[in-house]
Write a protein that binds this ligand. Structure first.
Ligand code: GDP
Length: 298
């Protein structure tokens, strides 16, 4: 027999079972709860969060007859309840230039996200400068320049292997002189040597504070949603390396396992400023909890 098309949403398995039956309602019992838990865990929500969500769902409803649609709606409500408080765009301050440090492991989508953000801010009438602070990866610097060109935003670079902190200092000097609204600083993402990376990030912060003691105003951690539960340990690691103020989740277009966002919100409560939904310059969207919950449970 031909392979069946993969059902899209998390709970489609339950839904399919129901549509096969004349009686669409089932009793909410331990067996059903366990199935829901499994589905949530399979979405990368993590065991703790999945258990909490199902416990909330079950409260006062055990033994009742429920339809899959009701369960989906209840789950979506529970998930949106966890996600609502973290759905916040990156705050903009009156401070000019506002300094945004961008951190994350290589491949997470830092470069792409900086390009997309630069384009959005520019479209909103902001003057933006980018500093290519990953000075050890020539390819990263080139890539950032491509994105800067696309967004129509200048990208400041330094010779390969030079001190990122010194580049950041020069970039802030330039951004101040130009009256820029925003300076976005890319950083290295090599986690292989955490002590080095920690020192590098700390030095960038120390040096830019010589020019502006309130900087950086935001420290964005870029996370790849397709890495699943790995994203949780990346948050833990980067919170030790830098004062992370918010998250951008990339590659949500490429995964049915976005459940990790729920785990992140549940565990850390860090704001999710935006989500990456593709590789093009406009593929960065505000995070919408209701839409997300509906897609996850769909
Ligand atoms: P960096 O090493 O962290 O700077 O990562 P890049 O910005 O170079 O991105 C790594 C890869 O992920 C590239 O191929 C990007 O096109 C891709 N990418 C980044 N963001 C997204 C996204 O939101 N969706 C998809 N599908 N791909 C993305």
């Amino acid at each position: 027999a031909a392979a069946e098309p993969q059902p899209k949403g998390l709970l489609s398995r339950l839904l399919r079972r129901d549509t096969d039956k004349a009686e669409p309602r089932r009793t909410l019992d331990d067996d059903m709860l366990e199935q829901i838990e499994e589905l949530l865990i399979a979405s990368d929500m993590g065991v703790d969060t999945a258990l909490r969500v199902t416990a909330n769902l079950a409260e006062g409803r055990m033994g009742r007859r429920v339809s899959t649609r009701e369960i989906k709606e209840l789950l979506a409500t529970e998930i949106a309840r966890i996600m609502d408080p973290v759905a916040r765009p990156m705050p903009l301050y009156p401070k000019r230039p506002q300094v945004v440090l961008v951190v994350g492991v290589n491949g997470s989508g830092k470069t792409t996200t900086i390009g997309k953000l630069a384009s959005q801010f520019r479209a909103a009438g902001k003057k933006v400068v980018i500093a290519a602070g990953d000075t050890f990866r020539a390819a990263a610097v080139e890539q950032l320049q491509v994105w800067g060109d696309r967004a129509g935003v200048p990208v400041l670079t330094a010779p390969e292997g030079s001190d990122p902190a010194s580049l950041a200092f020069d970039a802030l000097t330039r951004a101040q002189a130009d009256g820029a609204d925003l300076l976005m600083i890319d950083t290295a993402g090599r986690l292989q040597n955490r002590a080095d990376l920690m020192e590098e990030l700390a030095k960038i912060v120390r040096v830019i504070r010589k020019k502006d003691e309130t900087a950086p105003h935001n420290t964005l951690l870029v996370l790849d949603a397709t890495t699943g539960q790995n994203a949780l340990s990346q948050v833990e690691t980067f919170r030790k390396l830098a004062d992370v103020s918010g998250l951008v989740m990339t590659k949500l277009d490429g995964t049915a396992k976005g459940g990790v966002l729920v785990a992140l919100a549940d565990k850390f409560g860090l704001p999710i400023h935006a989500i990456g939904v593709g590789e093009q310059i406009d593929d960065l969207a505000p995070f919408d909890p209701e839409e997300f919950a509906a897609a996850l449970t769909g």
